[in-house]
Structure formats: C-alpha cells, structure tokens
Design a protein around this ligand. Structure first.
Ligand SMILES: Nc1ncnc2c1ncn2[C@@H]1O[C@H](COP(=O)(O)OP(=O)(O)OP(=O)(O)O)[C@@H](O)[C@H]1O
Ligand SMILES: Nc1ccn([C@@H]2O[C@H](COP(=O)(O)O)[C@@H](O)[C@H]2O)c(=O)n1
Length: 662
C-alpha cells in the first residue's frame, strides 16, 4: 500500500495483463456477521483484507466471537445467537457495512453497547434504521446529533407482532441490516415493509443470497415486503468463498476500455469475477459496453479491450450500480460528448458527498460539470489540466481518478492521501502499475550523485519512501560486481576486465525485504565494508564493466518513479532525469559520518584513516576516464555539511516540487 502523503501517477499510455481482485467488501462484511451469528465454525475464504473488514473483525472479537484471521482466510466461531460480551464500546471507522448491521444485531440481542466511528461516520444518516428498530421496542439513544452515530444501545422490550416499517430510499443498508439481524428473534414470522422506493436493490439481492447460504429463506413480495419465516435459524455453511469485488473491478474494466494495449496483448483480464457474480455492480459491464468497451465475459472471468475510441457519451440511470457508477464519471472524460449519470442521490451520503466531490475534482482536470441533487453531467475537457486530486478519505474517489492518467496531454495526476484505498483495495495502485505501461521517459527519475558518505543513499532512500518511488542504490551494483569477481578468483584490474564485465552482465542480484542477494547468498553486510567500497571503486573504473551494468540500472525505472543514487546517475545513466542533485559535504564531515556509521556497526576504524580512504576513493572516482564523478551540467548543488538528514530530505523534496506541474 502507498502510505505516502500523495502519489504522483505519471501519464499512462497503455494497459494489458491479468488482475486478481480482492474479495468483495459487501460480501465479506455480510458473511462475517452471518458467520458470527451462526452456531459453530465458518471458514471464510478469499476474504477482503482491508480497513472495513478489519473493524468488523475487531468488533466481532470484542463481542466474544472466535476470530482466527490470516491473510484472506478467517475462521469464525459463531456466537450462536447471543453476544458473549454484554457490554462493549465498538469503534467502526468509516465502515457503513459494519455500523448499520451491527446496530440492528446488537439492538435485537440486547446488552450495553456504544457504537462510534470516524467523524464522517457521525455525519452518515442512520435515523431510519434506528426508527425501525425503536418501533420494535429496541432501546437506542443518540450520543451526538439525532439521526447519526455514535449510538448507545441498551436492552429493550421487543414487540414483534406487527410488520416492521423501514425507509428504503436513503440507503438499502437499513433494510439489509434488518434482514441480517431479524432471524435472531424469528420465533414467529416477521415481516418488513419498505417505505418509499427501494434504492440499490442489487445490494439487497446480495443480502438475500447470503442469508440463503446461511439457512434463512426470506420470502419476498416485489421490493416492498420481505418475510422471515417463523423458526428461522442461522446455519453455517462450513466453508464459504467470497467472490472478487465487482465495484473494484470497475476500475480495471475502465482501464481496459481506455488504455490501448500492445500488439499481441489480450487487454485486461480479470479473474475471480464474471457474469455469474451475485453483486449488482457486475452490471457495470453493460454500461462500459455502452461506452464502447469490448468485453468478453465468462461465468468467472472478464476480458476487456478498447473498442470505440473516443468512448461514447452515455445517459444512464445508475441507481442499480451506485458505487461503480463513479467510474463512469471518469470514463466520461474520454467520451465524445456530454455524459449524464442520473438517480445517484445516494452518493451524497456515502464516505463523502460523492456528487460534490466528483464534480469538484473533475473540474480540476478541465472538464465542464453540472451537478444536481441526484445527477452529474460531465463534458470532457477541451484543454486538459492537472491539479492535486483531493480524495476526501474516500477510496473510490482515489481509485477513479487514477484513470485520469491516460489524459492525451500526458500530464501526471497527483492523488492526495492514496492510503484511503485501504478501505477496500489496499494494493490498488500496485495492481494498477502491474497492468499499465508508459513511455520510459514519462517515468520520472530523481538522481542524487555525490562523493562518498555525503549521505546520498540515506537521503535518496527517504525521498523514495516519501514519494512511493523505487530506489536504486547504484553503488551496490559495483560493490556486488567486485564481490562476485573476488569470489570468482578474478583480480580486479584491466587484465580481467572482459571476464568481470561478463560476470556483471549476468549478475544474479536481487533486492528483497531490505536485503541484497547475490544468487542465494545474503550479501547485505558483506558489501558494506570499507574494503568492499574500495574494490567497488576499482571495478567501477573499468569501462566495459560500467557498460555491462547499464541495462540493469535502467530496469529500475518503473512506475510510478525512481530515486537513484550514485556517481553518474545524472550524467550518464539517466541524463533525462527530471531532477538532478549533486550532494556534497566537507571531507571532515563525511569522514565523521562514516566513522560513526562503522563504529555503530561494531567495526573498528580511525577517523584519520577513514578520511584518507574516502579522499582516495573520491579522487579515483573523479579522475577515471569512464563516467567520472562530477555534477551534471543541470544538477542542483546541495552541500549538507550543516544539514540534518531531515533537512536534506526536505531540500530535495522542495526542489522536486518545483519541477512538478501541480
Ligand atoms: N545530513 C546528513 N545527510 C545524510 N546523511 C547523514 C547526514 N548526517 C549524517 N548522515 C549519516 O551519514 C552516513 C553516510 O550516509 P550514506 O551511507 O547515505 O552516504 P552515501 O553518500 O550513500 O555513501 P556511499 O557513497 O559511500 O554509499 C549515514 O550513517 C547517515 O546516516
Ligand atoms: N553510479 C555509481 C555508483 C558507484 N560507483 C562506484 O562504486 C563505489 C561504491 O559506491 P557507494 O555509493 O556504494 O559507496 C563508488 O566509490 C564508486 O567508485 C560508481 O562508479 N558509479
């Protein structure tokens, strides 16, 4: 997951590859609750591991439920219809799929519970559900504003002899919550009557489908009346599989429709989700087809390719695909006219006011947008612009706007707070980058060159981490080559140059979990000695060795960007880098830093000896024929003798920001 303040996505030019989707959020949290209410153990496979499921699992644990979760599998030992803990304070983040059903279940079970969430959760209405539950005799108080969480639930006096009435036109989750919870008290037949037009019906269909899997056969009369038969009891199915998230699929379906693919590629393939899905958002494929996407669908997989281009503008009632429809709003940027998305009033009470949010952010890109209480009209930009995209702690806003990176103006897109995708798709951006491509020159590179122990590696690694970029420690390549040569019995010098270059071309180097491997050998520490540095300096003076390592270094230039440190990053390897820094410090300072570094590792050294060594190494690096150490003509010079690491990093980031179009 990108845990950075922002993520800059370079302009993207193509898409192709296979996507494995995370499990559906809607199914995951419903299944967890049903498993918790059932007797016995349920093994949930392919469970979504995300912020929303994490809060549900934590709440179930607090209620005394057995939870053994690891990766995408969770074994739930159910409560069998009663909360073991009669008292708990549950924090439910921004997970509507946890807040609403748990409110209903705990109100019916009775006890003393407080349910709260993030500030936005306290702005999301729950009054219609509370009214319906109060009508049954449940005791629920508002701890803040009336109609909104946080809530205090106590034991009430249930009266179940009349049909329960609930509004269906604000959120279908109120009906879903009652349907999931009422079997707890179904000693007699219980009916629910929906007041108003029921929205987001496909989500209610998911609920009915899953209730059926857990032994509850709800009878339905149209979309107005639902009856839970007398004597209904939750029965664990034992094992249950969660299908891939259809709403999350929408970004990759759009990607297939927008991104041209290379000759011979099959477009975007999505596995684990197809026409047999029980999720309403699977109908997004029909909308995408209307816009021009070519989609081949089987029961459990989808293949998407670009069809009509530009996409065709649409006018669509999106009530049946409320979440995935946000993706259409961004696809509309690539359409041949104005697209209208209607019947989307429910967007206003989601993680954020999504109509307002989408309108505001689409305008930043240059689109003309008309916004109504329940519709959005999007006309593509005449002139594309770029600006930081605010994401409102809403995972879908963040994921949708990544698609703007295909803009014809080839502008990068900045997504603020990319971590918010953790709600449903923690690895969204990694997955995106694994199936997109761009021209190498569009992948930004920051080069930090300079003499030994100036702090290049330290600063470069922190800058890379703050930007979510890849990191190339090019010095390690020479250190490893020198080690490989020594291990092969080759004397480091011109006589063995062809043999060492041959070794370098095939160097079996691997970087994993902060470690460096030469073949299967962990050489992380071995290459860090002063002797290894000196050998690296000698080997790096051999021109054909340098040449042999060029492709390996170019290979690090991957989406979304690269920070590379070394001696010739800006002058030779990445001459087109967007930012080049030449980082220096006085020889005395550098010797002191290296001295402290070695002493802290338990390696004995003298300050004088170190200063002599590093000056000798710098002299050789600067005087060699091939790619000598020197600032690139367009490099910014940064002397950090008097700067801390944090100050050096801040300086680099400031210079970097100066190169960005945001
Ligand atoms: N202001 C500073 N900026 C960067 N590093 C600093 C600073 N002050 C102290 N250091 C320390 O200096 C030491 C040397 O830094 P680092 O290894 O990053 O240098 P380098 O230039 O990459 O060296 P080499 O070229 O030998 O790999 C580290 O222990 C680092 O923590
Ligand atoms: N781009 C580079 C990087 C390093 N070298 C040589 O390798 C030696 C070790 O580098 P460290 O950054 O790990 O200290 C260095 O002294 C250089 O001789 C290089 O030539 N080009």
């Amino acid at each position: 997951m990108f845990d950075t303040a922002f993520l800059d996505i370079p302009a993207l030019t193509g898409a192709g590859g296979t996507v494995h989707l995370p499990g559906s959020k809607s199914i995951s949290n419903r299944v967890l609750l049903l498993a918790a209410l059932s007797e016995g153990r349920t093994t949930v496979h392919d469970l979504l591991a995300s912020d929303d499921t994490a809060v549900m699992l934590a709440a179930l644990r607090q209620l005394g439920c057995g939870v053994d979760a690891s990766g995408s599998t969770a074994v739930i030992t159910g409560l069998g219809g009663r909360a073991v803990q009669q008292q708990a304070k549950l924090y439910l983040g921004n997970a509507g799929t946890a807040m609403r059903p748990l409110t209903a279940a705990l109100a019916l079970l009775g006890g003393d519970f407080e349910l709260s969430g993030v500030p936005r959760m306290h702005e999301r209405p729950i009054g219609d559900l509370v009214d319906a539950l109060r009508g049954l005799g449940c005791a629920i108080d508002y701890l803040g504003e009336d109609g909104f969480p946080p809530l205090h639930i106590r034991t009430g006096q249930l009266v179940l002899d009349a049909p329960i009435r609930v509004r269906g036109d604000v959120s279908s989750q109120f009906l879903t919550s009652l349907l999931l919870a009422l079997p707890l008290v179904a000693s007699r037949e219980i009916s629910i009557e929906v007041v108003g037009e029921l929205i987001s019906r496909p989500y209610v269909e998911i609920t009915l489908n899953l209730l059926d899997r857990f032994g509850i056969a709800v009878q339905r009369e149209g979309w107005q009346r639902f009856t839970i038969p007398a004597g209904s009891r939750y029965r664990s199915p034992g094992d249950i599989h969660v299908e891939g998230d259809a709403s999350s699929a929408s970004y990759f379906i759009a990607l297939g429709a927008i991104g041209a693919w290379a000759e011979g590629q099959k477009g975007i393939e999505i596995e684990g989700l197809g026409e047999a899905s029980i999720q309403g958002d699977i109908h997004f494929i029909e909308a995408a087809r209307q816009m021009g996407a070519r989609i081949d669908a089987s029961a459990n997989s989808l293949r998407i390719r670009r069809g009509a281009w530009p996409l065709k503008a649409i006018a669509l009632d999106c009530n049946h695909i409320p979440d995935a429809a946000m993706t259409l709003a961004v696809m509309a940027l690539y359409a041949d006219g104005t697209s209208t998305l209607r019947n989307i009033a429910s967007w206003r009470v989601k993680e954020t006011d999504r109509i307002a949010a989408m309108a505001c952010e689409l305008r930043k890109l240059g689109a003309s947008v008309e916004e109504g209480q329940d519709f959005l009209k999007v006309t593509p930009p005449v002139l594309w612009q770029t600006a930081p995209i605010h994401t409102y702690d809403d995972h879908r806003v963040a994921m949708c706007f990544s698609l703007a990176a295909f803009n014809p103006a080839r502008l990068p897109v900045r997504i603020l707070d990319p971590r918010c995708v953790g709600k449903t798709f923690p690895d969204y951006f990694e997955t995106l980058f694994s199936v997109t491509r761009t021209e190498p020159e569009l992948v930004p590179v920051i080069c930090i060159d300079g003499p030994t122990a100036s702090g290049k590696g330290t600063v470069a690694a922190v800058v890379a981490q703050k930007l979510g970029y890849h990191f190339l420690d090019s010095g390690a390549m020479y250190r490893i080559t020198a080690l490989a040569a020594t291990q092969a019995g080759l004397a480091i010098g011109p006589a063995q140059e062809p043999a060492i270059a041959a070794l370098a071309r095939q160097l079996p180097v691997r970087f994993a979990d902060g470690k460096v491997f030469l073949g299967n050998q962990d050489v992380t520490e071995t290459i860090r000695t002063e002797e290894a540095g000196m050998n690296a300096s000698r080997v790096s003076a051999l021109p054909s060795v340098r040449l042999a390592l060029v492709d390996l270094q170019h290979g690090f230039r991957q989406l979304p960007g690269l920070v590379a440190d070394g001696r010739d990053m800006g002058t030779v390897i990445f001459p087109d880098a967007a930012l080049k820094i030449f980082l220096t410090a006085s020889a005395r300072q550098r010797a002191e830093r290296r001295y402290k570094q070695l002493i802290s590792k338990g390696i004995s050294a003298t300050l004088g000896g170190i200063q002599q060594d590093l000056e000798a190494r710098d002299a050789r690096d600067m005087s060699r024929q091939a790619a000598p150490l020197k600032p690139a003509d367009d490099a910014a010079l940064l002397d950090n003798s008097e700067l801390s690491i944090e100050e050096s990093v801040a300086q680099v980031l400031k210079l970097w920001q100066g190169t960005r179009p945001f």
